[in-house]
Design a protein. Sequence first.
Length: 457
Amino acid sequence: MPASVPQPLAVLTLASLLGPPAIAVQGNQPDLIPQAEPDTAPLAKPQEEDYPGTELPMNLNPTPDQARAPIGLLRSPGMPRIYWGQTTRFTSAFNPAFGIAVDGSFNWADNGSDEDGFAFDLGVAELTGQGAISPNWWGNFALETDSEEVELTEAALFYSGLADRTSIRAGRFFLDFGKQMQIHVHDLSTPQRPAVLREYLGTEVPGTGFQFDHWAPIGETTAFRFSTAVFGDQESHGHGFLFDDHDESHGPEVEPFVDDRRDFSELIFTARATAMTDVGEESMLQLGASLRAVPDFGFEGGTNDTGDTLSTDGLNQSVYGLDLTYGWNSDDGTRSWTFGGEYLYADGDLNAEVVGDGTPGASLDLLSGSAQGWFAFAEHAWDQQNSVGLMVSSLEKLEEALPRETESTLYWSHYPTEFMRVRVAGIHFDREGAEDGQALMLQLTGYIGAHGHPYNW
């Protein structure tokens, strides 16, 4: 420590830059923390906030360490809270950030089926972990269970040493499409994934592959990010929706599949480009475009008279998306308004239906063509503990004649503590040619330890 810098000043500087967890480590294990050098630059504001709607001001001139960070440097409007707990992610010590999330509800649903009524549901219990491997490598995983099955939804390695503001990830991770698809359902501000995303992409879509991600400043107030990825497989799964999206009147459920090994040109391709910019002193606007192309896949489901599963292959499908999000925050960060929407267009082989299940002439009737849908939402937080929102989603269902379905959700979220959320929601479905549905739910979500996923803006 140079003589010109008193020890207390160095400690305070570290406290302001690294936050309470880091200074706690400095006090207990001083050999793990490098000594601070004199710095005449103004202190940076903390780069992670734990309040709803209080997105970070853009830092388009990051330090070298910040520029190498693969996530977390910028946050755009409408992103979920992240709780890193009493640990840090990127240290050379063995100090991984482990966490548990539990999400459940007491709900009532009525959609004209045999399963109408009240129920207690465990939406998900999730175990997560993130930790550094070396200065340029880190990894994360997420295990989820709904009390019936356990699934590894994330297990990826990240490399950030290629260039500033650039990262590469390989392994199993969520689809980067629009503002929502990379976010786990229990982290959403709404109790369910919007209906158009569930129908055209899936409730949650983890896949195994490789992704390149880069962001860069444009001028003084704008940032641009793009990602491109190749997947060997993507498997839709999910939790947190109160209605079965499959109509039993259309026969047994049909699932998409891909072959284990294919030509490179037949792998699943995704891409996203997005830009956000400051709009005045307290507002931010983000625009994005996304693509998922599946050039070779098939459908399977139902059986013929001998019990063999029906299937068809050699199909292709593309989904395109445009999203727009606007966020406003009060100057003290306690109040906010967030508005957003997304439009989706699906083209190609969209779905299949079993005809004559269990008979000698059983077959899959393919639905090909195009369909479109959208969702929009508005959310207001009047303090750091309470927010209310409305989300509406309308779409052409991927069924014969493309019937129209509209889903409306009104919700209130309350955060009694930093690590707990209580939510009350009402949901209504308006279905063309079918009985309408409605639901009420009381949802409780709790976080133990450090909870966070590698969400990017």
